[in-house]
Design a protein around this ligand. Structure first.
Ligand code: SF4
Length: 272
């Protein structure tokens, strides 16, 4: 659920078939290691390398034997973001990151810095993407103009956060809030978004409190109802853009499928 921004071309080439390591749960990682005769405690060492040390590559995770590092590198990508172009605005308070993925797809994250004010501590809020492009096609949105390219995998979502966290750590700061409000409609890639939220919230991984995570939707009613059934794990934001169906049909085309009354009813049930 993006806000309007500059259109981005999405040159797509061959995709690296190796999954991103940060998309694995600790249990999945442990099972992979044990199946190869490795001790289970290696999963924690790898997890520390991904989430705690700020390492940029497996080569920097020196707690692992080099043979295991090679085996891991053959099976997984340590970082699914190939490179990032940063653009600063608002006198450095806003940092746009344009991330190139392994197939050349480009997605955007935006890091917003809010200085301390009175009793309120400084905040560093990262807005991340869940899809490359978007199928919803809101006419006011640059991402909507691009059309849909593909869903992001879990690691491609959380690696946007790891990149921002590494940059902030260099200045002794941290990501304080994550909002799924970048490119894409998160509830149309819900399994991976839920896995990403789990990784961000898990104290053994990124460790960000659930109330500091917000997922924003343009009103995908089955997704809202699924989240309600799962129980609230984070803040759900719903962008209506218009309160009446004739205008919302134009501004948010999926309103023709799930009109305002259905979205509001699902939101009420979610909040109950
Ligand atoms: S739902 Fe898709 S097209 Fe609509 S504002 Fe969000 S990203 Fe843009």
């Amino acid at each position: 659920m993006a806000s309007a921004s500059t259109p981005i071309a999405l040159p797509v080439t061959t995709r690296d078939p190796r999954p991103g390591l940060s998309g694995l749960t600790p249990g999945e990682l442990e099972a992979w290691l044990v199946a190869r005769g490795q001790p289970a405690y290696r999963a924690k060492q790898i997890g520390d390398g991904i989430w705690r040390t700020g390492a940029w590559s497996l080569e920097e995770v020196l707690t692992l034997p080099s043979a295991l590092r090679s085996e891991l590198a053959a099976a997984f990508r340590f970082d699914t973001v190939a490179d990032t172009e940063r653009r600063l605005s608002d006198e450095g308070l806003t940092e746009k990151g344009l991330h190139r993925l392994s197939d050349g797809a480009l997605v955007e994250s935006v890091l917003m810095h809010y200085p301390a004010r009175g009793a309120q501590r400084e905040r560093h809020t990262l807005c991340i993407s869940s899809q490359a492009g978007c199928a919803v096609g809101c006419p006011f949105c640059a991402t909507g103009e691009l059309g849909f390219t593909r869903d992001l995998e879990t690691a491609e979502i959380v690696d946007q956060v790891r990149h921002a966290a590494r940059r902030l750590a260099a200045a002794a700061r941290r990501v304080t809030n994550v909002v799924f409000m970048g490119m894409g409609e998160p509830l149309l890639n819900l399994d991976r978004v839920l896995a990403a939220v789990d990784a961000l919230n898990d104290r053994k991984r990124f460790g960000l409190g659930a109330r500091h995570i917000t997922v924003s939707t343009s009103g995908v009613v089955p997704g809202i109802r699924r989240l309600t059934a799962l129980g609230p794990q984070f803040t759900l934001a719903i962008s209506l853009h218009a309160a009446r169906d004739p205008l919302r049909d134009v501004l948010v085309p999926l309103n023709r499928r799930w009109p305002v009354a259905e979205v509001v009813a699902a939101a009420r049930d979610h909040a109950a």
